[in-house]
Ligand binder design. Structure first.
Ligand code: SAM
Length: 482
């Protein structure tokens, strides 16, 4: 029985409900009247509190994803852009992954870290090596990391992960600092989630990989990750352990994308129904080539147009949830999808263990790599590229440091205060980047952008303060925030 409030995986991600949803979407994919009604429901509306969006149910959203009427698909893209503009403006938050260890006891058939892969060298960073990686990342200008590790209770126990987080936060090199550590590690216990919370992590990220139970079990034939219910119920345990911000995702290519899309939105509805707050972010990774992994053997790969449509539909359906696109995607693909609703991208990523320290911008170690990175530009190049496209690269980490997590973040979004808060924070952290790390060309573009964008802070006091803080950053002070 389908029940979004249930704590049992197979009831809140209910197979029959997904099949019925897909049937309903297929039946209505050319139903102009219904699709127009759904698009109208999803529009941003002015209320006494600010601008609000209702979002869509997984059924409504699935109809949009299935829609085959070209002018309505165009309308969908326009609406996605409008919603992104309303809640995220032209800001794009920057982050980088940091791989701690590729030891893993699981057998995920799409991942080169799987236990049976004997060709990949295994490596786990020591605390000294973590510090060296962090210095290299700080020297590029990063302030926000997502740490990644395989699942191995002996080599990568929770205490090792917590020690790494402590090391990461402790490194203060020149003007650098990592101010937010997001964590992408395997599903674990409430007690371990509590330890992560105490270590002051930002978002706990766990990709479902696939919501299709039967496929899930085949794709994870052994190891602790084989347990579908334990994996699917992880976010509930994380929230029970006190973590407010959780990040969902599926690995596109494993199963039929329409199935995954419905499952993803059902998961978001479940979190909202049980915990009163939806996912903080949704990631949309696609399978990539890697040591021992050929993405062609998976039949469900999606092309760039379908990928873009999925992103637009997610943006319309869960308007307050951030969306992340990684360097798995090429520059041209990222260019296409950013405007449709993406709020965070990674830059200058290395997916190998120890891939940053001691390597120049165009030197890449491949031996311990998790997957091929498509976008191989430096952070300076990505920042410049974003600005040339009219975006503000943001290194902001203020919300969680100010306690604006979970539903408090969502209410900031809903009341439109984001423009008086996130916008100046983005400009101030960009200014830090320009002062400390940018090339002269990037700096020139950035200074002009900041001067122009300061005018777009609606509240006069916030505008004045932001200008003052930016002047202070130029004079050498750091870490201002609203
Ligand atoms: N080990 C943890 C787990 O199992 O959830 C999390 C870290 S894992 C390093 C991060 C993610 O990389 C996985 O959840 C998976 O979706 C993704 N991934 C694995 N193999 C991939 C591949 N060949 N191409 C793209 N992404 C991949």
């Amino acid at each position: 029985m389908y029940d979004p409030k249930s704590l049992k995986a197979e009831e809140f991600i209910n197979h029959e409900e997904i099949l019925e949803t897909l049937e309903y979407a297929e039946k209505n994919k050319n139903n102009r009247e219904l699709i127009e009604k759904i698009l109208d429901k999803a529009k941003p509306r002015k209320t006494s509190r600010g601008v609000e969006c209702s979002g869509l149910s997984h059924r409504e959203a699935s109809v949009l994803l299935a829609c085959e009427i070209p002018d309505l698909t165009e309308k969908m893209y326009t609406l996605a852009k409008e919603i992104k503009q309303a809640f995220y403006g032209n800001r794009i938050v920057m982050f980088a992954p940091l791989y701690l260890s590729n030891y893993c006891v699981n057998q995920c058939v799409y991942c080169p870290y799987h236990y049976q892969n004997k060709t990949i060298p295994r490596k786990k960073l020591t605390q000294e090596e973590v510090a060296a990686e962090v210095i290299a990342l700080q020297d590029m200008g990063h302030k926000r990391l997502a740490i990644e590790a395989g699942e191995d209770p002996v080599n990568n126990p929770i205490d090792y992960i917590v020690d790494c987080i402590k090391t990461i936060y402790s490194v203060k090199h020149k003007n650098g600092a990592i101010r937010r550590v997001n964590v992408n590690i395997a599903a674990t216990t409430v007690e371990n989630y509590r330890k992560l919370k105490e270590a002051e992590i930002g978002t706990y990220i766990l990709f479902q990989e696939t919501y299709h139970k039967e496929s899930y079990e085949k794709l994870h034939p052994a190891g602790p990750k084989h347990n579908y219910a334990y994996h699917t119920e992880a976010m509930d345990r994380a929230m029970e352990g006190g973590i407010d911000d959780v990040g969902l995702g599926v690995l596109f290519g494993l199963e039929l994308y329409k199935y995954e899309f419905a499952g993803l939105l059902m998961h978001a509805e479940h979190l909202e129904a049980v915990h009163g707050v939806g996912p903080h972010t949704i990631s949309v990774p696609r399978i990539k080539r890697a040591d021992d992994i050929d993405p062609e053997v998976f039949d469900n790969g999606i092309d760039d147009d379908t990928f873009a449509k999925i992103i637009a539909c997610i943006r319309i359906s869960v308007p307050y949830t951030g969306m992340i696109v990684s360097t798995r995607e090429s520059e041209s693909c990222r260019n296409k999808v950013i405007s449709l609703g993406v709020s965070q991208i990674s830059g200058a990523s290395r997916t190998s263990v120890g891939g940053y320290a001691g390597y120049s911008d165009d030197e890449r170690p491949h031996d311990t790599e998790q997957f091929d990175v498509s976008d191989q530009r430096s952070l300076d190049e990505v920042v410049r590229w974003l600005m040339e496209l009219g975006y503000i690269p943001s290194f902001c980490t203020a919300c969680y440091r100010e306690g604006r997590t979970g539903d408090r973040f969502m209410s900031l979004c809903k009341t439109g205060q984001i423009q008086n808060c996130c916008h100046p924070n983005a400009l101030m952290t960009l200014k830090e980047f320009l002062e400390d790390y940018a090339s002269s060309e990037t700096k020139a573009i950035g200074e002009k952008l900041i001067a122009d964008e300061l005018k777009n802070i609606p509240n006069e006091k916030a505008r004045r303060l932001a200008s003052e803080y930016i002047e202070n950053i130029h004079l050498g002070k750091r870490d201002f925030r609203f």
